[in-house]
Design a binder for this molecule. Sequence first.
Ligand code: SF4
Length: 394
Amino acid sequence: MALNLKSSNVATRENRIGSITGYIGTLSDLANQSSCGTLKGCSRCFSQSSTCLSSCALGQLSAIRDVAIIHHGPAGCSAASAGAYYLDKVMAKKRGVTTNTVYVGTDMNENDTIFGSAERLRKIILEVNKRYSPKAIFVTSSCATGIIGEDIDSVVDDVKDEVEVPIVAVHCEGFKSRIWATGFDISDHAVLSSIVQPPRQKRNTINFKNFYESARPEIIEIFKNFDLEPIFLYCNSTIEELSHISESLATTCICGTLGNYLGNGLEETYGVPYIRTINPLGIAGFETWLRAIGRVTDRSEAVENYIEEQRKIYIPQIEEIKKELKGLRAVLGMGPGYTFEVSRVLDELGVEVVWALAWHYDKKYENGEVPPSMKYLLENDVDFEASVADQQNY
Ligand code: SF4
């Protein structure tokens, strides 16, 4: 991808990587159409299967510790902030750290949506900075500011010298994409363009993008075997930590939909290798993924020894579980980064997948390739009925 960190705007997933929100057919047809470039989403006049992308973007950014999110929009757009705020506090407590991240809505009213409220936004930014002393400020847009063309970038530029911490305009107007996961890319773009600094030294760290630091202790233990330290993104990240992620030996993620933009961005801008394998789920996934990390960090021998050791422990246990699962069939509905990974794991466990549904589908990733999960299923002759975003309850 050609990343433009000088612009605060990110193209939508539909435009950048041809993502779709409507398909019914089979996995093989979906993958074949993706690889030959003919896949088109069916159009809908309404959708009940998605949410606003700004909740996704702001949920990611507000998980960073001690920052301020200033959401410039009507009060309704900030409704999700209560949930995000609560979750961030819970996740910090679980980890045993504190976060003073604040989430402020600017409460635009009718007058503001007609005449604009750039001057009020400026005052709010300065007041938030004075009151909470955040380590970074993310000033985010909404449909209302997008429609009236509120010039958030100019306001941000204008106050830059006064706030003395990184401040960035985040363009997350909900109407710009049907795919809420565009919010992941928007938050990554904000972090890449305003927080990450060029590398000064290499560190034995791996950038690990997952949801809510899940399995943190186990992942830390795995990487200790290779003298590597994972940096979890972005839940409980600090601005200082994020400023150094360009110094890591590699970037990896638990879900391509979640981590693709950041991984590619760090690779393209700072040469940090992005691990593009199937995900570390199931036997094939875990081993393929770990081997790729071994290769890029020059630890292949240690990785092979570790895999051999672990196989002795886990393969007999997995064989036992397979006996219990025999005869089961599965229907799945998940985000696309998981749907076609979990179906691979179920296939590995001998569970027949009869239908798999993805919330949306990325027909290729930023490097122009079909997602590795799809390639794997096709190469291994796994096929089943598949659909994209057809859970329209009404
Ligand atoms: S879709 Fe637009 S109006 Fe609705 S919450 Fe998102 S930004 Fe606000």
